[in-house]
Design a protein around this ligand. Structure first.
Ligand code: COA
Ligand code: MG
Length: 323
């Protein structure tokens, strides 16, 4: 197997915004948007009659693009499913574009789908996939069927370029003949399985379902509830269909202010506790030991990537002592 550099790298992917590649207007508009990951879609937002037009349009768009906009961290392309006649040509047309950071592969059914995509990537962009390359095109797999959920362990081992899993609710509901409800309880098993499998395989991201409500106060309320639920299950980001969802998603999937203050206080107090030989100590009446301290470090590191001024907080809490 080739280098596994993508596995250990830490990637901030809170929002993943889809942009239908069939819309020239939205392609152009996407350059002015802010999102951790913009994903140009060739799959289900593009009707079959526009598949070839969308692919050509997207290829021309990437050819004309000189640099990734600074407000976007990653640029990805969602290809058509490996089982369709479009997938190979989608990859051939777009994986050679230098500014494509990742391909999102829909309807992944088994490890074989990702083996296929990896082989094509090595063929189309050999220099980016030679052993030891620091800049391979990463693969993000959409899990949207019962079969994929029961095969998660092998899917996660299928490619050294695999860098994340995404749960897609609408196709999953279709596959299981179930109906999506606001509580999302019907997806609990699949979502937990995906987060757990991604974590077990050391993948940098697990991205939650789309909130299909995007208009007005009701849409915002539903989005916030879904973000809170997904974050509490361990997802680190969420798919977005509309630019107006991105800010809320990024805010909700960043550590909360109180959580960051807690983390910084624990880290500082632990430095003092460790210096005096105490492995277990107390903060605000609660026992703190190694796993809690590791969690505090992880929260502080993520907070810094999400724009919190952690050094300033460290100054604010420099007198924090262990109880
Ligand atoms: N990417 C880029 N621009 C987008 C956008 C997107 N995902 N969604 C909306 N916009 C733009 C619109 O073009 C419009 O631009 P304008 O102000 O210059 O006219 C502006 O944002 C406001 O859009 P709005 O009128 O609120 O929505 P809409 O009716 O144009 O589109 C959707 C609504 C849902 C059809 C559209 O957001 C969309 O296609 N989303 C992506 C769907 C998708 O990719 N699905 C597959 C993955 S689940
Ligand atoms: Mg789907």
């Amino acid at each position: 197997m080739a280098a596994t550099a993508t596995r250990s790298s830490s990637i901030l992917r809170r929002s993943l915004l889809y942009v239908p590649a069939s819309s020239q207007k939205m392609l152009t508009k996407s350059l002015g948007l802010t999102s951790d990951k913009v994903t140009y879609d060739l799959e289900d937002s593009v009707t079959p009659s526009l598949k070839l037009t969308a692919r050509d349009q997207l290829k021309a768009y990437f050819s004309a693009l000189e640099a990734r906009p600074s407000t976007i961290s990653e640029l990805a392309v969602r290809i058509n499913a490996v089982s369709t006649p479009f997938a190979l040509d989608d990859l051939a047309a777009l994986a050679s574009a230098a500014l494509v950071d990742a391909v999102v592969v829909p309807k992944v059914e088994s490890a074989a789908d990702l083996t296929f995509v990896s082989d094509v990537l090595r063929h189309v962009a050999p220099e980016r996939h030679a052993g030891g390359s620091a800049n391979p095109i990463k693969i993000i797999a959409l899990i949207e069927s019962a079969r994929a959920v029961v095969d998660l362990a092998s899917i996660c081992r299928a490619s050294p370029y695999l860098s994340g899993l995404i749960f897609a609710a609408e196709d999953f509901a279709l596959d299981l003949s179930i109906t999506r409800t606001p509580s999302l309880s019907e997806f609990l098993y699949a979502r937990s399985a995906i987060v757990t499998a991604a974590r077990a395989a050391g993948l940098p991201s697990a991205i939650d379902l789309v909130c299909t409500s995007y208009k007005g106060d009701e849409g915002l309320k539903r989005l916030e509830e879904e973000c809170a639920g997904g974050k509490s299950m361990g997802f680190n980001g969420k798919q977005c269909i509309h630019p107006n969802q991105v800010e809320t998603v990024e805010k909700m999937f960043a550590p909360a202010r109180m959580e960051v203050e807690w983390a910084v206080r624990v880290v500082i107090a632990d430095e003092k506790a460790a210096a005096s030989g105490r492995g277990a100590w107390t903060h605000n009446g609660k026992m703190i030991d190694a796993p809690v301290v590791r969690k505090a470090h992880a929260v502080a590191a993520k907070a810094e990537k999400c724009g919190f001024d952690v050094p300033r907080l460290r100054t604010k809490w420099k007198h924090q002592d262990p109880e």
